[in-house]
Design a protein around this ligand. Sequence first.
Ligand SMILES: C[S@@+](CC[C@H](N)C(=O)[O-])C[C@H]1O[C@@H](n2cnc3c(N)ncnc32)[C@H](O)[C@@H]1O
Ligand code: SF4
Ligand code: SF4
Length: 459
Amino acid sequence: MNFAQKIFSVKNDNRKTHKIITIAGLKLKVKRDGIQNLKQKIEDYKIMHDPSLYVGIPNDITLQLMFNNDCNCRCKFCNNYMNLDKPREVIPDKWLYEYFKPIYNKTKNLLPCYGEVTYAKEGYEFLSYISQNYPHINIFIETNGIAFNEKWRKLAVENLFNVNFSVNAIDEKSFKKTVWEKDGIYTLVHNNIEKYINALDANGLSAFRPSISSVLNSTNYQNVEAFVLMALEWHLQKIIFFFDSRENNINNLSVKDKENFDKALITLLELEKLLKDKVRIGFRLFMPVKNINEYEEKVKDISIDELKEKYSKIWDLAKDLDVYKTYLNRLEVYKAKKKKVLTFYEYLTGVTWHQKVYKDKSVCENAWNHIRLRPDGRLEICAWRGYRDNYRIQNFIEKDKVNFIKLFNDLYHRKLRQNFIGGGYFGCMKNCPATRKLSQAEFSRQYCTNELLENKLGR
Ligand SMILES: C[S@@+](CC[C@H](N)C(=O)[O-])C[C@H]1O[C@@H](n2cnc3c(N)ncnc32)[C@H](O)[C@@H]1O
Ligand code: SF4
Ligand code: SF4
């Protein structure tokens, strides 16, 4: 035994069931799996004491509240649809008006979602309270538009809500096929969108026109082009498609009706290329294919002139639009209204995923500042990671208050931060756009603005 081994050594015992640890002549006998635990404990201790993984309470929190699980629609594709017949769940008032109060001043974005927030009276009360008392917060709502009546319109216009209407169809017939068989709903939603756009325009807020979205699946793959055309007829500059995460298996990356899926994806890539700088076409969530590069290769060599000809109606409506200018118009209003300012990237992508530069690397920011919360208290950092049963807001309640410092800086958050920095997105959605390691500037350049504009504006 050399000198170093005398000071510290670890060996198996004769039966290999234990390890013998020698520290300065003192011998300790520890079970083999105890060593693993010990190692883990040392690792955890290091993580808990690494100052670079500590954030206190961040100043730019995104609060994604899975607000209520009830809804006035019955979309055939809905992930929550199965919950809709279960007992009603809504985030308790005590949490909204008492427990979360200390973080509203540090909250940048608020996203109530889950069922249909416009259908819940608590939703209107809460968003009115936030608008009145914390006007700096950017409120994002996703709505089916059915109950988006005058009262909601007024609240949304006055407080510069970021509204996405989940339209999911191009006409009554396709609505019935893809969404819900009920008569008249499509027209009702259409009219509500039009009234909202008119109200924004009347208040000089055209830059705050909503986005519209469609779930894409084997019932409507052929409608992509018509959906974009419909959005452009409303002069909308954000058009979002969600590949149906229920029909396809985004873990096995398998697709139903691959032939039409392929056609739809190529159309999306072509439109993205044609409308770059003009309109944001989002479609990279729930992407059920292994290698989107193979599809990107197919559109790489198609010239813009060819695309202008192929999509001439779309081009006519889009050619004078400029998504970055629209963002700059918004910026003026945000500043005048003292809102926490959204970056161009946030405006383009919405705020369910973020990018931050950390030690020169671009990483998903959700592990630093995003809270997703269900009415039963389950917590996560993102909508696209599964909940763990025992990880709840209740675990952080001390003396009838939430200890947010503990919450934001516990072992779970710190480990995720460490993993994300190292490029490990274990437990995250496959193909999540946030794992692409694109900086905000690079993202904007690839998907929206041309380089020249970015350089000129010094971003
Ligand atoms: C679950 S909904 C909740 C908000 C609101 N009720 C609505 O429909 O907009 C949020 C978004 O998820 C989309 N969605 C629902 N089911 C989906 C699925 N199976 N795959 C992908 N997106 C889906 C909806 O179209 C909507 O845009
Ligand atoms: S409106 Fe939204 S919550 Fe309601 S069933 Fe449709 S997708 Fe689901
Ligand atoms: S990388 Fe993970 S945490 Fe970030 S948005 Fe994607 S799924 Fe969510």
